[in-house]
Design a protein around this ligand. Sequence first.
Ligand code: GH3
Ligand code: MG
Ligand code: MG
Ligand code: MG
Length: 325
Amino acid sequence: PGLENLESIRNTLMRLREDHQDIRNKPLLLVDDQAGDRALLQRTLEPAGYQTLQASTADEAFTIIYKNSPRIILLDWVMPEIDGLDLCRRLRREFGPRLYIIILTAHYDQSYAVEALQAGANDYLSKTISRSVLLAKLAVAQQIVEFISSLESNCEKLIHQNNSLQSMAMKDALTGLANRRGADEFLKQHWSNALRSQSILSCIMIDIDYFKQINDQHGHDQGDLVLEAMGKLLLETSRVGDLTARVGGEEFMIVCLQCQLTDAAALAERIRRKAMSLSDKLPPITISAGVAELTEDITDSETLMRAADQALLEAKRNGRNQVIC
Ligand code: GH3
Ligand code: MG
Ligand code: MG
Ligand code: MG
């Protein structure tokens, strides 16, 4: 496990470095209606190691952003049709804080600066600004863009991890079926729906007979293999969309949607027969099952499960290896 951890740390570091370089290598976007002004900027930026993309209109800018996802944008204020301020507002609305937008004009004026910042720009510069100030400002932009980008990728990772933890918490590790929590979640989702639409819904409780003896005679590992094989059998026999869960050590539950008592009983009977010949390599078992369906007097899922449990108890009392409705 130690080596595996090292390996995964190394992979993560590699990935972070790639992300990082990815941002470094992303070109800047210059948006200006004047080709001469764009060329001027480009002549300043390229020797400093910046790659540039160019757009002469707002439409072109959007197309390039979708295609090349630049993160830093130098945006001319005065343009025909959609001007820089308007474009800045639209970009902010569309991309949020991921873009670093610097608005440029021929003349610097404090009141314009306020207007530009209020339109969502990160900075406001005069086109006549010195080369060194522009590069210093871009270095700051680069840092901020990298920071936001690393936050984004961490966030994505966390969301992904959270999703898989959530689904792990609903699953039984041995059989891959839902566990008790997963079963509760399934019932929560489908219960009110079933009541509202007065649809039919049945519950099958299954318990392996004398399982303690199986463990005692063949060992716990063989017992586990039997449980795994039961899980597989339930998945194979039930319908997609039904719930198959391991709700106790050797207890299973199936909730069948759109399924009345007789159909659920037939399914339970099919499972009972198949369980008797699970595998040549495993100790033979039998199961008992209790079946109940959603009726008018049943108002919550607990009551339905209890009804199926009662039927299961009766199957046990009656001598096991049978299905009781
Ligand atoms: P009955 O027919 O009345 O159900 O008898 P039983 O022996 O199956 O019932 P009991 O509840 O006495 O025993 C259940 C056994 O299931 C006891 C426990 O050791 C075993 N068990 C529970 N969880 C696991 C598991 O994860 N793996 C294995 N191998 N055995 C388990
Ligand atoms: Mg212009
Ligand atoms: Mg039991
Ligand atoms: Mg049992």
